[in-house]
Design a protein around this ligand. Structure first.
Ligand code: NIG
Ligand code: FE
Length: 428
């Protein structure tokens, strides 16, 4: 909870009167998730639980979180948004890794996978990421915007108030730009915040006759400057893997991307190791996947400032091991959990359900899971203005229809938020 104490009934901590302020509550419980460490394990006794809580908001920011009656008595000027029934309030979720900008589906791949074929075998046989590239190239920009808005709407109803979205199903300049423009257009017509990442270095496009390093050079020369100038993305990602890009080429590429002013992130250690080392060496904001990470990679990530992002939706979609989330936390890493929502490896897109399943298998505490879905995921996006409910943070939050916060993971994703607010305004 913030240290601010309201002394004068009419004066807000920002110095203005509270005429535009709004007090929302009472909530059966509020979990502000404030004051928790950015890295390492967190036991549940560290969670602050405010009973009969209220949240005072002004100018889309949190002003104060505390006892509802005390806040009401102290802020008589504030409008009241009354909550009825039992509701537990959490910060809005931040999904720091998705590929929401795609057309079509890969249900045929999925059928082959559950019948025993591997992701890499399917890719080699012409399915996989390339199939989504073909289907996404066939879609118009307007189609992509419509599909994006549908998926964003679904995600926001699940309590996700900030969504990272990657390109990467274009793989040539005009097609990557089409995807990035579609994300920009969708961002302009939805309330949820979209953080865009250029993943032109997803795989080598079919028919490209040069080397992987030449393709990266082409992206650097002919795409990234335009992306920067037109403000189409703030981040650059690369898939480091056999059949994608190697560690040497990726290191050079990410260094240049950083020089151009992008934050960088890596699809790392999904099937084989190497990517996480590159991420740490170049100072990437995050290393995502990590299913294949071993002791060496865990130590490296734990000692770094790079957020380790687990993507349980991809493990569920591929029927493969989860990232070693428990070991990463115990070693001291900053762990975030994201959906990886994409048409291939992670078609489900239910972030809370995936996090609940991961926590059951990996033995994560509720505090660790909520941290991984909020302020630690925000750190992976280099955002420090959200993810906890305390003075000055964005008023993004969600309320679950239950009496006790422990019910949220207990129902393994079936309990959905009844109310969601973005910048203090109700989304649902
Ligand atoms: O994060 N691993 C690489 N890229 C995506 C999958 C994209 C796809 O299969 O279409 C991932 O799992
Ligand atoms: Fe991904």
């Amino acid at each position: 909870m913030s240290n601010y104490k309201i002394k004068n009934k009419k004066v807000s901590p920002t110095g203005g009167d509270l005429e535009g302020a709004k007090l929302i509550g009472p909530f059966t419980q509020i979990l502000p998730l404030a004051g928790l460490s950015l890295k390492g394990a967190i036991t549940d006794d560290r969670l602050q639980v405010i009973p009969n809580g209220g949240v005072l908001v002004e100018n889309a920011l949190v002003v104060e979180v505390g006892d509802f009656e005390e806040l009401r008595n102290a802020t008589r000027e504030a409008e009241i948004e009354e909550i009825t029934g039992h509701q537990v309030l959490l910060p809005g979720f931040v999904d720091c890794h998705t590929h929401l900008c795609f057309a079509g589906d890969r249900s045929k791949d999925y059928a082959l996978r559950i019948a025993g074929k591997s992701y890499l075998e399917i890719a080699k046989a012409g399915g996989g990421i390339w199939d989504s590239v073909v289907q996404t190239r066939q879609a118009s920009k307007e189609d992509l915007v419509r599909l994006l808005l549908q998926r964003i709407d679904r995600h926001s109803k699940d309590g996700v108030t900030t969504i990272e979205i990657k390109s990467g199903y274009g793989l040539k300049v005009e097609e990557e730009l089409k995807q990035l423009c579609a994300i920009k257009l969708a961002a302009a017509s939805c309330t949820v915040d979209l953080i865009t990442t250029c993943l032109a270095a997803h795989i080598l496009p079919r028919g490209f006759l040069g080397t992987a390093s030449e393709q990266l050079e082409h992206i650097v020369n002919d795409l990234l400057p335009m992306v920067k100038n037109e403000n189409l993305a703030s981040r650059v990602d690369i898939f480091i893997e056999e059949n994608a890009f190697n560690t040497t080429d990726a290191t050079d590429y990410l260094r240049v991307a950083k020089q151009l002013g992008f934050d960088v992130t890596v699809h790392a250690d999904q099937f084989t190791t190497g990517g996480s080392g590159v991420a740490v060496n170049v100072g990437a904001v995050s290393a995502d996947h990590l299913e294949a990470s071993g002791e060496k990679e865990i130590k490296l990530l734990a000692e770094s400032n790079t957020v380790a992002v687990a993507l349980p939706g991809s493990s569920l979609g591929l029927g493969m091991d989860f990232a070693p989330a428990r070991k990463l936390l115990s070693a001291g890493a900053c762990l975030a959990i994201a959906s990886d929502w994409n048409p291939g490896s992670a078609p489900m897109g239910d972030l809370l359900m995936q996090a609940a399943v991961l926590s059951a298998y990996e033995k994560l505490t509720i505090a660790e899971v909520f941290a991984a879905l909020t302020f630690r995921a925000a750190k992976a996006l280099n955002l420090h203005d959200r993810g906890s409910l305390e003075k000055g943070k964005l008023a993004d939050f969600q309320a679950y229809p239950c009496k006790d916060y422990r019910e949220i993971l207990y129902y393994q994703g079936k309990l959905k938020p009844e109310r969601v607010w973005k910048l203090s305004e109700p989304l649902i």
